[in-house]
Design a protein around this ligand. Sequence first.
Ligand SMILES: [Zn+2]
Length: 292
Amino acid sequence: MNAYSEEDADARERDRSPVTRRSLIGGVVGAGLLEMLSVASPVQNEAMAADLSPGPAGASGHTGLGRAGPGERLEAGETVLFTADAPRVYTRDQWNARAPRRPAKVVGRRPDHIVVHHTATANSKNRSRAHAFALSRFIQDIHMDRNRWDDAGQQLTISRGGFVMEGRNRSLKAIRNGDLAIGAQVLHHNEHTIGIENEGTYMTKAVPRRLWSSLVEVCVWLCRSYDLEPSKAIVGHRDYNKTACPGDVLYARLPALRRAVAKRLDGASSSSDNATGDDGILPILPPLDDLT
Ligand SMILES: [Zn+2]
């Protein structure tokens, strides 16, 4: 997540009320909803939710991106399932997104990089779909009301339970068409990247296995749709901006993510959590979290 982007700068210009570090701190602490990562400055920081109370489960229709498949029968709390060539992605209608201030700009070209973020919200133990939808609404509210952006900044969101959701409006259609719906997720690089927000704060904590599996599937899908080479295309937010995002632990897993995605693209049938390197030796990786 990024609390500072080109769109943010645009919004500040429109509002003529500069957002200072101080006002960000005041707004964040004063709101009582958020806390900050100690390792980054407020501007670099990510909004952290101390608590995300699950809201209503949202619309009940199941018309996601994938063709009809196992995902269509998903019920709240179940592990997300995937179709053959695209993950099950819940639409904005399904998580009850607000209307954007204006439609996202869609450009007729593919992104060249996939940017991995963490939301810097609490490491919730709630793995339900209702919680995932509440997370999407929470992020959209922060981005629109506090950051004054047009809409949620990221194109895709993955919950700790592994649910995948569309973020910025027009993102799914753009991906399907090989286009890019411009987001607000990485300062100075929104015009050529697509961003995935992963729920949680991964400075020290392990990445939940369900989230990891979905992240692999989403990256496989994006690399396929956009014809990207995972070893080059998958990057962390900190590769572009001065930020702790996506956390030391998730960042340290990016090489494994690239390998897992490459392996899937090469035809392996399922994702591998701790894929071995070329030498067959299991690389030293932060472990995945099975329990929480
Ligand atoms: Zn980020």
